[in-house]
Ligand binder design. Structure first.
Ligand code: NAD
Length: 504
């Protein structure tokens, strides 16, 4: 484990080089498992960000003009380097995020799915062609890269989300600037080295580290054509509104408050296992984590809560270095304080504490940012513990009387990222998938996060803008379509035509 004396000063990655920050402002990067500061990350000024954008803009035409097949070759080399360096990536992710080794491996694997899709960019940017649309005229639509595009990432997936936001953008010919989370910048800097080794030209991949000063420059700078954002809902809304005001294409994904509906016919032992993994994995710091379980009917609720309590009491919270750890710490002391305050608030609001994560020894005695698994029962809609995303291991039981009531409650909630139903009843499942107003829906699948070749995005306050992460929509989002009408035959007539062009 690094000691306080070994605190590293990190850099940006601009024009193919690690570049020291000049702002004089730094953020502390923690090892959440020990609570130690392990690095200082430079926080870029608007001016530094502007210079990085200018370098990317200068590099763009050369990359745009590389054939799409050659670009795909570079992405393939990058993909191979990710797998060759998986141990190093796991170490970085675990150190700066506190995730377990298995969880870090899972995130890398899912991130690589986006790279795999990007290797197929030549197929995804094929255009459309029509012959003889008018006298001797053929028409075609072709996809062109946008230019400089930016991705702004959250802390909770140091590699998966940045790969999902950027791999296709690179493959289709853009110059990409990543504003990584200032809480987990080391993984992004290492990924920069891999792009360089893969043969990506200097200036096409940039990492600007920073906070809102860097972000605001990306939003306002006229050279930046598109913004891909993933993070919390209030910031997503701000990013969407500001980027749109500056005329940019923007997709901004926000937070989640995801439900699992449990029908009386479901196998409750299986349900409990599925819920606990999806609810508490990664210390619940996933936008697709299950926040709330909704058993249908009092009898289902009574039995389920008893099983959940037994299983949750057996969970192991600890360091990623220890075997059998189920989940580790939250990202920061501030986050731990916020989560503990949410537990206190939930109690005051009248929810019943079934499992109390404050009571674990590791929570009271470790310098790491640990919070134990907490479960509230009898949680009521309208309370803060029900309405607001808690980015830590505090989960709710909301008892409902019918499937209709569950659907109505979920549809009335401000967020709509993920949801799932556990049942053996096909009609109930079909009603649920048809009527539910949520972007990603599971049936007997606890975390319905789509595979990399399907589109990913929530509804309502979980997504601002129309684009998706992952999936073929990325090729559309990061390109613009030009429609060209061509005639190379001899002119049919030498006279001017003043009527509007028609296909007769
Ligand atoms: P965050 O919103 O605090 O930060 C995300 C990014 O925005 C960071 O790079 C940060 O530097 C920047 N940022 C923060 N405040 C800003 C401001 N005022 N102005 C400009 N930029 C700002 O989110 P986080 O805490 O890093 O990540 C957790 C959140 O992300 C959770 O709400 C989680 O649900 C959400 N998330 C959503 C998805 C999804 O796909 N919908 C995926 C992962 C995480």
């Amino acid at each position: 484990m690094p000691t306080a004396q070994e605190v590293r000063t990190l850099t940006h990655f601009i024009d193919g080089k690690m570049v020291e920050g000049t702002s004089g402002r730094y953020g502390s990067v923690y090892n959440p498992t020990t609570g130690e500061v392990i690095a200082q990350v430079p926080l870029a000024t608007a001016e530094e960000t502007r210079e990085a954008i200018a370098k990317a803009q200068a590099a763009f035409p050369q990359w745009r003009d590389v054939s799409v097949a050659k670009r795909a070759e570079v992405v393939l080399k990058f993909r191979n380097l990710l797998t060759e360096n998986i141990d190093k990536l796991i170490e970085l992710i675990c150190t700066e995020s506190g995730k377990t080794i298995e969880d870090a491996k899972g995130e890398i694997t899912r991130g690589i799915e986006s790279v795999d899709l990007a290797i197929g960019a030549p197929h995804l940017v094929k255009g459309e062609y029509s012959v003889n649309v008018g006298g001797g005229i053929n028409a075609y639509s072709a996809k062109y890269p946008l230019g400089v595009v930016a991705a702004i990432s959250p802390f909770n997936f140091p590699i998966m989300v940045p790969l999902a936001q950027t791999s296709m953008a690179v493959a289709v010919g853009n110059a990409v600037i990543l504003k990584a989370s200032e809480k987990v910048p080391m993984t992004a800097l290492f990924v920069s080295e891999l792009w360089k080794k893969a043969g990506l030209p200097d200036g096409i991949w940039t990492v600007v580290n920073g906070d809102k000063d860097a972000v605001n420059e990306l939003l306002e700078n006229p050279a930046v054509q598109a913004i891909s954002f993933v993070g919390s809902t209030p910031v997503a809304q701000y990013i969407y509104e500001t980027a749109a005001k500056y005329g940019k294409r923007v997709t901004a994904l926000g937070g989640g408050k995801n439900n699992m509906v449990v029908m009386p016919d479901a196998d409750l032992e299986q349900v409990a296992d599925a819920f606990i993994g999806a609810a508490y994995g990664a210390a619940s710091q996933r936008c697709m984590a299950l926040s709330t379980i909704m058993p249908v009917g009092e009898e289902t609720a009574e039995r389920l809560v008893e099983i959940l309590k037994r299983k949750i009491d057996g969970l192991k919270v600890g360091a990623y270095t220890e075997p059998d750890t189920n989940f580790g710490p939250v990202i920061s002391q501030q986050s731990k304080d916020t989560v503990l305050a949410a537990i206190q608030r939930g109690e005051k609001e009248g929810a019943v504490v079934v499992c109390d994560g404050r009571e674990l020894e590791i929570v009271k005695e470790s310098n790491g940012f640990f919070v134990g698994p907490t479960l509230f029962d009898h949680v009521k809609p309208g309370t803060e513990i029900y309405e607001q995303e808690v980015f830590g291991p505090v989960r709710n039981v909301v008892r409902v009387n019918s499937l209709e009531e569950a659907i109505q409650l979920i549809n009335e909630h401000e967020l709509g990222n993920g949801v799932t139903i556990f049942t053996n009843d096909g009609a109930a499942a079909r009603k649920f998938t048809t009527e539910i107003e949520v972007g990603m829906v599971g049936v007997n699948v606890p975390i319905p996060i789509p595979v990399g070749y399907h589109n990913f995005a929530g509804f309502k306050g979980s997504r601002f803008g129309e684009g998706h992460m992952f999936g073929p929509d990325q090729a559309r989002f990061f390109t613009k379509t030009k429609t060209i009408s061509e005639r190379w035959a001899a002119p049919v007539t030498n006279t001017s035509t003043f009527a509007f062009p028609s296909n007769s």
